[in-house]
Design a protein around this ligand. Structure first.
Ligand code: HEM
Length: 405
């Protein structure tokens, strides 16, 4: 469908979800995301309490994700607070801890020859690493990660969805409480940085604002990398020749292969904006208030940018995919995401090289426009040996047993 749209109707209109434009070529999707003056990210509440606008369609009925769903100038202030915490040097400094965590989680399952890729491994790693950065107790990672997954894979308005919303609201209260504590007792974590941040006028950053930023980090951090890891490992299971090729020289080939996995299986399928004022764009007239979706999935398969776009080429060079977005809101977590993706895909291939996924029992997210993910992915493999406690000593005191034990 997208191939057809790109060729015949690159700027399309759909009546779904109160109507919105769909941009399917990379040129238009990228231009939209770079034009933050005409196409804005902010979300607002109407008199009946319903939320409109923001980064995804349909409009989620939750408080906005701050930073992601803000526009300049306040966006710039929030982003400056966050940048140092997710910069390449900070991510590199946490790499050893990430590898220890991965070793430890695989040690827990390696002797039994089976595990759940999502529940035991690809959910806990981003969950624990994100909470560790924020400064919350990592043992509780499930209570922090699960509501963000469920808010995406359950039907809005359903009982499960409302439970997920309640879980997210619980997290907000916990974070406010933790920031109050950090003001008296600072630590080396993001909670402290935000609890003690000052605005350009020298005023303390409001706790509600700080919580809004933290919720974006937690929401953005826990779901996306999990989905890409699962989709990548599933692809390698379906294409044994690609897995064998990668295993021949894993260290060298992994980074490029992961970029191609990101291009082909973008976990964030599309990114939305709202038209700020009437504007001519891509030979169409866009009216103020209309909603526009940049389809990342489609832009990543555009033949004008990628040779043989519908094929996965793990050695693709110059891979200019839009999976991390473009323009001012381009993913601030991209370095952390790549580090986790490389570690997870690499360690599964290294330690469980003959893994097979039981596709009949794997459970996919329900239809949604936000993240293409998996709820459960059972895996079997030839049992191996544990690498031992010394390799995960910094996490030893923590109760991080896999979910399916
Ligand atoms: C494979 C993993 C990931 C993908 C594909 C991804 C994708 C994206 C995309 C497409 C955007 C731009 C949205 C827009 O323009 O409206 C974005 C923004 C963002 N992402 Fe990620 N993300 C990933 C991982 C992460 C991680 C691990 C974190 C945090 C640790 C994170 C935090 C954020 C935040 C805070 C923003 C908002 C940035 C801003 O508005 O300035 N993301 N991400």
């Amino acid at each position: 469908m997208y191939r057809d749209l790109r060729e015949r109707c690159p700027v399309a209109w759909t009546n779904a979800h109160d109507g919105y434009w769909v941009l399917s070529t990379q040129e238009h999707a990228s231009a939209l995301l770079r034009d933050h003056e005409h196409f804005v990210s902010g979300r607002h509440q109407d008199e009946d309490g319903r939320w409109h606008g923001g980064d995804s369609i349909p409009d989620p009925q939750l408080p906005p994700y701050l930073l992601l769903e803000n526009d300049p100038p306040i966006w710039g202030f929030y982003r400056r607070l966050l940048n140092p915490w997710l910069a390449p040097a900070k991510v590199a400094a946490r790499q050893a801890r990430l590898e220890e965590l991965s070793t430890r989680l695989l040690d827990e399952v390696i002797e039994r020859g089976s595990f759940d890729l999502i529940l035991d491994y690809a959910n806990p790693i981003p969950g624990v690493m994100t909470l560790d950065l924020v400064g919350q107790h990592v043992e509780d990672w499930q209570r922090w990660a699960e509501p963000h997954h469920a808010a995406i894979y359950t039907e809005p308005g359903s009982e499960e969805y409302m439970e997920a919303v309640a879980g997210i609201l619980w997290q907000r209260e916990q974070l406010i409480e933790a920031m109050r504590e950090r003001r008296g007792e600072p630590g080396d974590d993001l909670l402290t940085a935000l609890a003690t941040a000052r605005t350009d006028d020298g005023e303390p950053l409001g706790l509600e604002e700080a919580v809004g930023i933290l919720m974006t980090i937690i929401g953005g951090g826990v779901d996306t990398t999990t989905a890409t890891t699962a989709n990548g490992l599933l692809y390698l299971q379906r294409h044994p020749e690609a897995r064998a090729w990668l295993l021949e020289d894993l260290d060298d080939r992994l980074p490029q292969a992961c970029e191609e996995i990101l291009r082909y299986f973008p976990p964030v399928l599309g990114v939305a904006r709202t038209v700020a004022a009437d504007v001519d764009f891509a030979d169409q007239k866009f009216a103020a208030g209309e909603r526009v979706l940049a389809s990342v999935t489609s832009a990543n398969r555009d033949r004008r940018v990628f040779e043989d776009p519908d094929a996965v080429r793990l050695d693709r060079v110059n891979n200019r995919h839009l999976s991390f977005g473009a323009g001012i809101h381009r993913c601030v977590g991209s370095h952390a995401a790549r580090a986790m993706l490389h570690t997870m895909v690499g360690d599964v291939l290294r330690r469980l090289p003959d893994y097979t996924i039981d596709e009949d029992k794997a459970v996919r997210y329900g239809p949604n426009s936000v993240v293409d993910g998996w709820i459960s992915v059972p895996v079997h493999f030839t049992p191996g040996r544990r690498l031992g406690a010394s390799s995960w000593s910094s996490w030893r005191a923590m109760n991080l047993r896999p979910a399916t034990f």
